[in-house]
Structures are given as structure tokens and as C-alpha cells.
Design a protein around this ligand. Sequence first.
Ligand SMILES: [Zn+2]
Length: 247
Amino acid sequence: MEIIEKAPERIMVVTPHPDDAEGGCGATMAKWVKEYQTQIVVVLCTNGDKGTGDRSISPDVLASIREVEQQNASDLLGVQNVVFLRHPDGGLENDQEFRRELVKEIRRYRPQIIFCIDPYRSTTHTHRDHRMSGQTALDAACSYAWSSSQFPEHLEIEGLEPHKVEQAFLWGSEYPDVFIDVEGYLDVKAQSLSAHVSQMVSSTHEERLERIRNRTGDQGKLVGLKHAESFRRINFNLNFPNRIFTL
Ligand SMILES: [Zn+2]
């Protein structure tokens, strides 16, 4: 278990639906932008067009509402760039096309750390898009984005060089091992969730803030912090000769 005391210059947050990233790492994003001037790109994989029980809203209308909500939420946290891939909600596959899209954004924004949902759980189940986005983000980061022979058109047509992501931080993990002190950033996290107005119909902002306080309090207790967001870290072992994978 480790408390992360510094921040990288650039990160990418791969999120399946609008509002997942804010719940997973919203306070960390706000803190790193404010205290370390970290450059953050959020890649929103689906348009969230199935995210309602209200049959009077068409999927197209909902998708456009949620795109605005995602931009508003990201603006609140200080995120500089949001990329909308606009896959249909529930339609993600870990296939060549989705990998190509994520690799291209990795090569464009060149993050040192990629944040995504932990796709590997043993005792709990998650939404299929959560698993697919997490797994594809990891595959794209290591090792597709590294290899010049994967998607060579990115270099040939757009001048995007291969890029090595150093680490992945996975949120929603059953076994978190890195923690970030987010004291002072709980309210902005709650605000960024509240910005997803179409999704936040069953609770008030205050109830949301209270849940965040409890959750980050529980995580913080594990390492002696008052409030923490936690992640499982995967080190892609760039500098170790005994790395277990090959390009
Ligand atoms: Zn989701």
C-alpha cells in the first residue's frame, strides 16, 4: 500500500459512460490539475444513450444531453480535453476498431498514467462496458500504443509517434494498493457528479457529498488518511529487464 505524493505531467482517463470517471477519480483529477498543473484528457467511450428509465426521452436526445453534461463535469474539475468516441451505450467490444481509437488518443496525448475501470474482478460483477473499456484501455496502453507496427497509419497519415504509457491506475478495484489524499476536493467531486443532471435524479447534492465522504473516509482509513481515492496500480515495467511481456 502506497500513498501517492506526486503527480505526473499528463494523464488519460478512459471512461465508459458519462459520470463514471467523476465517481472513480474526480477528486484526484481536480487535485492534480490544481496543485500540479497536470494535463488531463478524458476519453468518453460511449454516448450513454441507454442511461434512463424515462421512455419519453429518445436515445439521440439523451446522448446529446449527456455529452453536454460530461463537458460541464470535466470543466468543473479543470480537465483540459474531452474526447467523445460516441459508441452506443452497451455496445463496447475489445476489438481492433476500439483499440485503434484508444491507441490514437494515447499517441496524440502521450499520458504517463492511464486511468480506467478495473476490468478484472473475482467476487463482483460490473457493467459490460466497464469491463470492455478497462480491458481495451490496458491492451491499448500495453502494448499496442508502443509498437510502430500496430496501426502504422497513425504515424504515416497523422504524424503520431508510438508512445509508452508507464502505469495504469484502476478504479473500482477489489484490491486497491495506491491511495491519493483528496482532502479538500470532496465538494468539487460531488459537484462534478451533480453536473450529470440526467443521472442524478434519485439523490440530492448533499446526499451525494455524504456518500463521497463515507466512501473516501473508508478508503483513507486503510492508510491513515482522512479521505482518499484508491486504485490498483499496474506498472508496465518499462525499465526492468525482467519484464514479463514482449512487444
Ligand atoms: Zn458506467
